[in-house]
Design a binder for this molecule. Structure first.
Ligand code: FES
Length: 362
């Protein structure tokens, strides 16, 4: 069987980050800076990605601007024909660095906002002055004509400001804003009770987004991601397991998604040891849940199977105890009522005692 190549390569250049966001989806066991792939290795990954037909590369982290070779890697990606996207908090960027990245061929930036209230931003990220910096960075990006998406991460602490965040994104000249409720992986899962919005907040947020979509039609696209604990159907996580995305960790392990290493019985290859295309096609972890035959039996026979692609295997493990269970955020899961009850209960705790993620490992 021929496996089509993924659409996009996610390069997690580093797990280092100056922010300490309580919802970070990085693993609890961060990979050490001393073991990160070097520039030459990342260049080889880009060469292999282009050769196998991948179209886009997302430079991610951690905070990818921590790497002083980011400009080099962006330039190399552009030179082999990949569309380049930088996913960043922006707090380490200045106008000179943005000039350099633009000159090397950077095409798109996703700038993360924790809030549009500076105090709220500081509270959840454990970083002072971040909001003000992001406003400057957005201005520099737009001055240089770089396409901008604002990624607004929503929790119960800023849910009331969803409309203000949309307005801010429009003022900053973003072409797109993601009003993205936290997905509960990594540090986000650890802090779930301190982050989960109430159902009433979600209903209000949804109404605000719908109204803004009407108002901003033709001006700015609004993507909206709800906390899937409140959903009836699961999300198509990563567009389907080993279908649209391939993820490379800072030390070079190749994964179908950022949380795949939480599934204990999967073995992953390193990109230094085996070609990327071969890993994509042949690695057993990629094959295990790929396509309809890799879904739980309930999903294989569901008429949504090519819409949600069986949901999220990592969430099935985290919430139902087995990666091959039906994703409990689906109403067909026997665990669905329990998951909704957890969300409702935790949303009412009033907890604000975040466990902040570590900044880095040496
Ligand atoms: Fe791994 Fe969803 S995060 S399949």
């Amino acid at each position: 069987m021929t496996v089509p190549p993924p659409l996009a390569l996610m390069m997690e250049l580093t797990h280092r980050c100056p922010l300490r966001c309580a919802y970070c989806s990085n693993p609890l066991a961060l990979e050490p800076a001393s073991q990160e792939l070097d520039t030459a290795s990342w260049r080889r990954v880009l060469d292999q990605a282009a050769a196998m037909g991948i179209l886009q590369v997302h430079f991610s982290g951690g905070e990818p601007t921590v790497r002083s070779d980011l400009e080099d890697l962006v330039g190399h990606a552009a030179s082999v024909g990949l569309y380049t996207n930088l996913i960043t908090s922006g707090v380490l960027l200045d106008s000179l660095r943005i000039d350099a990245l633009a000159a090397r061929g950077l095409e798109h930036v996703q700038l993360g906002f924790q809030d549009c209230d500076p105090a709220g931003s500081e509270s959840i990220s454990g970083f002072r002055g971040g909001f003000e910096r992001k406003i400057k960075v957005a201005g520099w990006l737009r001055q240089r004509g770089l396409a901008l998406t604002v990624n607004a991460v929503m929790t119960r602490h800023n849910a009331v400001r969803a409309g203000a965040l949309i307005d801010l994104a429009a003022e900053l000249g973003a072409r797109r804003v993601e009003i993205a409720n936290v997905q509960y992986y990594g540090w986000g899962l650890l802090n779930r009770a301190a982050l989960m919005p109430t159902r009433d907040q979600l209903i209000e947020m949804t109404a605000v987004v719908e109204a803004a979509r009407q108002r901003l039609t033709g001006i700015m696209v609004i993507d909206y991601v709800i906390p899937d604990y409140y959903a009836k159907r699961p999300k198509a996580c990563m567009g389907g397991w080993a279908r649209r995305f391939v993820n490379v960790t800072p030390t070079g392990r190749v994964l179908p998604c950022h949380a795949a290493e939480t599934i204990p019985d999967l073995a992953f290859d390193r990109v230094c040891d085996r070609p990327l295309a071969e890993i994509w096609t042949d690695n057993m972890a990629f094959q295990k849940y790929r396509g309809i035959k890799g879904m739980p039996a309930t999903c294989q026979h569901c008429d949504h199977r090519e819409i949600d692609w069986g949901g999220c295997r990592c969430q099935a493990l985290a919430l139902a105890g087995a990666a091959d269970a039906v994703d409990p955020t689906c109403e067909r899961s026997p665990n669905h009522d329990e998951i909704q009850a957890i969300a409702a209960r935790e949303a009412m705790t009033g907890r604000t005692d975040f466990v902040y993620r570590q900044r880095s490992l040496g």
